[in-house]
Write a protein that binds this ligand. Structure first.
Ligand code: PLP
Length: 360
């Protein structure tokens, strides 16, 4: 977590522990902090305070966006094949329609136009992809949606975007915007959904009627205040951070491409967020590579997930048109605001050595 976020949350775990929905003195400080956080979070997302619904993270924000709007406006939910499972599985649960993506993991706009119609209720398209980092031009998506399904609601999952991109500007064409604090230096388990005024949404969590009935449950004040602090710090330093992290990422990616024979980069680097380094090493099983890297202190992810004992190729890489073998030879090294030259040096030393060991 960003130190600013840790510092911001501590008083709300100690002397200001009151429940903001209470009506006694102990609650008032928490209520004030909650109101201030709502204003800051709204401004950071290009929204009005009343349009912010605090949630327990990105998964809940995505579920609320799609299920909550669909309940008010029954019809077909549409999303691209490379979405996070929080969107894909919610779309599937509502009998929705999945649209193909292009080879860079962004939505195929012609296929989107074909999938839209008068019965479309929600279209959900992510701003930045969580596996390969490619950024969707949301204004183009919105233009297609407004032309072919003028009554549909557009949601964007901006969870992977906020740390690196001006979400307030880029997500402006969307009616609903999801973010999650742990992706930009805040705590895990807290996020927000922007619901623009005039967008009808039904709650998916029922109870005490917090968040103007849109999301019941006692507020996670410490988490919300920390998310606000992380947002503020992110925005204040974003330009410099993006430049620094992109140059670290470039050194890492270029170094690995040069050092490992046959290595291939996944997706065009120019359309990725600064943090994403996604490579493929033919002939190398990523699961085995991850074990070797972990032993040497390199924390990485593969483009595959292990489900019920079987290695499933990543749905994102398959949606981009890669074969199962290509998908299962992937390595994702994500950089963060705290990444250093020394981290890159370590990866440049350990990854080629480990790949060579497995390729022998
Ligand atoms: N959407 C995207 C694009 C993500 O990358 C993630 C998390 O990795 C989520 C949604 C889920 O967010 P959370 O972990 O806050 O539930």
């Amino acid at each position: 977590m960003r130190p600013e976020a840790v510092t911001a949350m501590l008083p709300f775990l100690t002397e200001h522990y009151g429940n903001p929905s209470g009506s006694h003195a102990a609650s008032r400080h928490a209520r004030l902090a909650l109101d201030e956080a709502r204003e800051e979070v709204a401004a950071a997302l290009g929204a009005q305070p009343g349009e912010v619904v605090f949630t327990a993270g990105g998964t809940e924000a995505n579920n609320l966006a799609i299920t909550g709007v669909h309940a008010c406006r029954p019809g077909t939910v549409v999303c691209p094949a490379a979405e996070h499972h929080a969107v894909l599985h919610t779309c599937a649960a509502l009998g929705g329609r999945v649209v193909p993506t292009l080879s860079d993991a962004t939505i195929d706009l012609d296929a989107l136009a074909d999938a839209l119609g008068p019965d479309t209720s929600v279209v959900s398209v992510m701003l930045a992809n969580n596996e390969v980092g490619t950024v969707t031009r949301l204004a183009e998506v919105a233009a297609v949606v407004r032309q072919h399904a003028p009554n549909a609601i557009l949601h964007t999952d901006a969870v992977q975007a906020f740390a690196w991109l001006d979400v307030a500007a880029l997500a402006a064409p969307a009616d609903l915007v999801s973010v999650s604090a742990h992706k930009f230096g805040g705590p895990k388990g807290v996020g927000a959904l922007v619901v623009r005024t005039g967008t009808a949404i039904a709650p998916i969590i029922h109870g005490g009627g917090q968040e103007r009935g849109r999301r019941s449950g006692t507020h996670n004040v410490a988490g919300i205040v920390a998310m606000e602090a992380a947002m503020r710090a992110t925005i204040a330093t974003r330009k410099d951070t993006v430049d620094r992290v992109a140059s670290l990422r470039d050194r890492l990616a270029d170094g690995l491409l040069a050092a490992v024979p046959g290595a291939v980069e996944t997706g065009p680097r120019r359309s990725k967020v600064a943090s994403n380094c996604h490579l493929r090493f033919p002939e190398v099983e990523s699961e085995a590579l991850l074990i070797l890297l972990d032993r040497e202190g390199v924390c990485a992810s593969a483009g595959s997930a292990c489900a019920s004992g079987a290695i499933e190729p990543s749905h994102v890489l398959v949606a981009m048109g890669l074969s199962a073998a290509e998908a299962n030879s992937s390595l994702r090294l994500s950089l963060g605001t705290a990444s250093t030259n020394a981290d890159v040096d370590l990866a440049l030393q350990v990854v080629p050595k480990s790949v060579a060991q497995l390729a022998d």
